[in-house]
Design a protein around this ligand. Structure first.
Ligand code: ATP
Length: 248
């Protein structure tokens, strides 16, 4: 049979502010080593799904009220975000969220906060990040707030890598970036997936690019999965073509 998935989300419901039902029973699986995309229009529930997995809903008065989430064989619904990072699951938030007053390199080093005094390992991984993102090596002493949107997205992904993750949850990596840059970033994400074995779950409004890089996709509408399948199959589906492709 199929290998045990690295992430298994089973029928979760999310409510904001005790009353606003936003996820209405989402189930999804991410195989170890895979790239999976969560697709859908603005407001469909993509960000909420990722935040539910990494337990970041609390700051937004959101709550998982039903269902279960398993990461790497362990139930994680009540794990703190930091405990999840230690387990190997880290989220790159939408909008990048760099520390603007720190340099690029300092930002990357903050990603190693769970690794204590592992100086050699941290140094080695910094090199790894610079090898994936040569642009960040050039900009390493620049204040992050003064770097471009594309560079900040690279910093955010590089910072996540510094935690030595098994899986990265990537929220809307294409947001606000020129098409050429989006392509470049997806290409690097693919390399990280292949060479470091990091599993990727990404949320994207840009269905077109997401389905070129992901192997499997879930399409969300109003907090429900309305379609799921192999990327290739979704790309050739007439409804997907009509409603989602050509948007990105
Ligand atoms: P986007 O591309 O804008 O991030 P999305 O598909 O990720 O869209 P979500 O951000 O998950 O969608 O939002 C899903 C729904 O939940 C939307 O209707 C949104 O208005 C609502 N929502 C999001 N955050 C909150 C919050 N903190 N309180 C109340 N409602 C919220």
């Amino acid at each position: 049979g199929a290998a045990q998935p690295l992430l298994k989300v089973n029928n979760i419901e999310v409510i904001y502010d005790h009353v606003i039902l936003v996820l209405r029973g989402i189930s999804l699986e991410v195989p170890k080593g895979g790239i999976v995309a969560i697709l859908g229009a603005n407001g469909a529930g993509k960000t909420t799904t990722l935040k539910a997995i990494s337990n970041l809903l609390g700051t937004e008065r959101g709550e998982v009220t039903k269902g279960s989430i398993e990461f790497d064989g362990v139930s994680v619904e009540s794990s703190s975000p930091n405990a999840l990072v230690k387990r190997g699951c880290i989220q790159v938030m939408e909008g990048r969220h760099c520390f603007e007053h720190l340099t690029v390199e300092e930002n990357l080093l903050t990603g190693a906060f769970t690794r204590g005094g592992d100086r050699q390992g941290i140094q080695r991984d910094l090199e790894m990040v610079y090898n994936y993102f040569p642009r960040l090596r050039e900009r390493r002493t620049s204040q992050a707030g003064y770097t471009s949107g594309g560079e900040q997205q690279m910093v955010a992904i590089g910072r996540a890598l510094m935690s030595r993750p098994k899986m990265i949850l990537l929220d809307e990596p294409s947001m606000g970036l020129a098409p050429q840059l989006v392509e470049q970033i997806f290409e690097i994400v693919k390399q990280i997936n292949e060479q470091e074995g990091v599993t990727i779950l990404l949320a994207e409004q840009n269905t077109n690019i997401a389905l070129r890089y992901a192997k499997f996709g879930y399409i969300l509408e109003s907090g429900r999965v309305v379609m799921e399948g192999e990327a290739e199959q979704l790309r050739n589906n007439e409804d997907v073509k009509e409603f989602y492709l050509g948007l990105g």
